[in-house]
Design a protein around this ligand. Structure first.
Ligand code: AMP
Ligand code: ZN
Length: 498
């Protein structure tokens, strides 16, 4: 099956054909690094991770470049306001370079915690100013840019297809443009390639036009061309970039090279938080690092990819609870396989093959991750109904689920520790509360808890025999908090740690 991508440029799903056989070049717009990431960012970056993982799964050699914007991005996404990094550095009374360093480090910490694979190259704008100056020179030479008072602007009306990527008209009538727009521009719609700055600005560079900084858009063109060539396979970004940043990237790149800039454009839809737009500017956001204190990373990761990347998704407690329940079902089937002695049947082999085909079919259809999860759950149901299969086939089923769900960024490698005890004839040395505390401490140190569990279960059996169900429930709840689940079975009380 061929891989299909919804191309924002043609507004259609298209069969993906790479420029060079077997190789894929991907550039995704990264973070302006002056703050921590929230879950909305994580959603967008999870999809680039899934895209890369899936293409690699299909055997492509992928090069993924993602930039760090550490200069040039003004507080408005257009050419107005202050540089976001300089502004934040001033507010915090720190050096802008130190601020950038700190947030890049924290960016990696957050992505690692969510098991997002790193891009292959992370170019920073401040380290590619010369490339941006060179590209600007080329654009001037090709007649698409002009200099005025030390600034350089791109002539948008000269570029024939300007803004075709944008779902809404991008060019505004002069009368509709802001009164205070930069008067150096011949047309208020023109955008800045180089901006002269005052002497009190810290991050600035010499150029043929003035001491200044590059415009925001030009960094992505210069850096993607440097690392991936003048035409790349896939360019990705949040859907907000459809309206200005990406049309500008196309215009300036193609004006310079006379070549198509990117063959496929992919855009992620935003994540909301409790029904409202999640964004830094409104403050309605949950930082990744805060979410990780509240929820299991794997449940978060599953939640992020549980809707299609072009569909809006809301982040709320019930969505994470759904993911937790799904994961629990997955781990339960793994556990049943682990416990099973197996039989003689080989019927599952056929289902393993079919599962892989359905998973690939879903992912080939423009990365349909929710469908990929659905077919996985159907397959797992089949596995749990087929425990009479040979043990090796049962294990192969589990390995296949792990392999395919890794494409979505899950690990599914939590160790399952199971014990069964009747809880009788055990000498109890401590109160149940003290025992639970010890269990919790032992788990943290990765020590065995069998002896402690024997005692706790014995206390719980005793409580139940006295019809003291409140204590029996309290023990169960406290253990769950500590990470141990109890299940009453015919052969005794089963406990499991995950
Ligand atoms: P920001 O620095 O907040 O402007 O975000 C940088 C990029 O992250 C945006 O351009 C989007 O591509 C992406 N992004 C921001 N907020 C969200 C969100 N709520 N959901 C998905 N992606 C987002
Ligand atoms: Zn960009």
């Amino acid at each position: 099956m061929s891989f299909k991508i919804y191309n924002s440029l043609s507004r259609k799903k298209e069969v993906f054909k790479p420029i060079h056989k077997g190789k894929v070049s991907i550039y995704t717009c990264g973070q302006t690094v002056y703050d921590d990431l929230h879950l909305g960012h994580a959603r967008t970056y999870s999809y680039w991770d899934v895209l890369v993982r899936y293409l690699r799964y299909k055997g492509y050699e992928v090069t993924h470049v993602q930039n760090f914007t550490d200069v040039g991005h003004l507080t408005s996404d257009a050419d107005e306001g202050e540089d976001k990094i300089e502004k934040r550095a001033k507010e915090r009374k720190v050096d802008p370079y130190a601020l950038v360093e700190k947030f890049i480090q924290r960016y990696f910490e957050d992505l690692d915690a969510l098991n997002l694979n790193r891009a292959d190259i992370y170019p920073r704008a401040t380290q590619h100013v010369q490339e941006m100056i060179d590209l600007t020179k080329r654009i001037i030479k090709s007649g698409y840019a002009y200099e005025k008072d030390g600034n350089v602007y791109f002539k948008v009306r000269k570029f024939k297809d300007y803004g075709t990527l944008s779902p809404t008209p991008i060019l505004q009538k002069k009368s509709k443009c802001r009164v205070h727009a930069d008067t150096n521009k011949n047309d208020p719609n023109d955008f800045t390639l180089w901006r002269k700055v005052d002497s009190n600005v810290i991050m600035k560079w010499d150029s043929p036009w003035s001491v200044g900084v590059p415009g925001w858009h030009v960094e992505c063109s210069a850096m993607s061309m440097k690392y991936l060539g003048e035409t790349l396979d896939i360019h990705g970004g949040g859907y907000d970039h459809l309206y200005l940043h990406h049309p500008n990237e196309i215009a300036q790149s193609e004006a310079a090279t006379s070549k198509r800039f990117a063959n496929y454009w992919m855009h992620t839809t935003f994540m909301t938080l409790n029904g409202e737009k999640m964004s830094k500017s409104t403050g309605n956001m949950l930082l990744i690092r805060d979410a990780l204190k509240m929820y299991d990373w794997e449940a978060l990761r599953l939640t992020l990819v549980s809707s299609h990347y072009r569909k809006q998704i809301d982040f709320n407690k019930s969505n994470v609870r759904n993911s937790e329940a799904l994961l629990l079902r997955v781990y339960r089937v793994f556990e049943r396989v682990q416990e099973s002695t197996g039989g003689k049947s080989e019927s599952l082999n056929k289902w393993i093959r079919e599962y892989r085909v359905s998973f690939e079919k879903a992912m080939d259809d423009d990365l349909n991750t929710p469908k990929a999860v659905d077919v996985t759950m159907l397959f797992l149901k089949k596995v749990s109904q087929s425990l009479g299969n040979k043990k090796s086939i049962l294990e192969k089923s589990v390995e296949t689920v792990k392999e395919l769900l890794r494409v979505l960024g899950l690990r599914l490698d939590k160790e399952i520790v199971i014990g069964v005890t009747s809880g009788s004839s055990v000498k109890v040395t401590l109160s149940w509360k003290e025992l639970v505390k010890k269990v919790s401490g032992s788990l943290k140190k990765k020590n065995k808890i069998d002896g402690l569990m024997e005692q706790l279960i014995s206390l719980r059996v005793e409580a139940r025999s006295k019809k003291d169900y409140a204590t029996s429930d309290d023990i169960r709840t406290a253990l769950k908090k500590a990470g141990v689940e109890l299940e009453d079975t015919d052969s005794g009380v089963k406990w499991r740690v995950k």
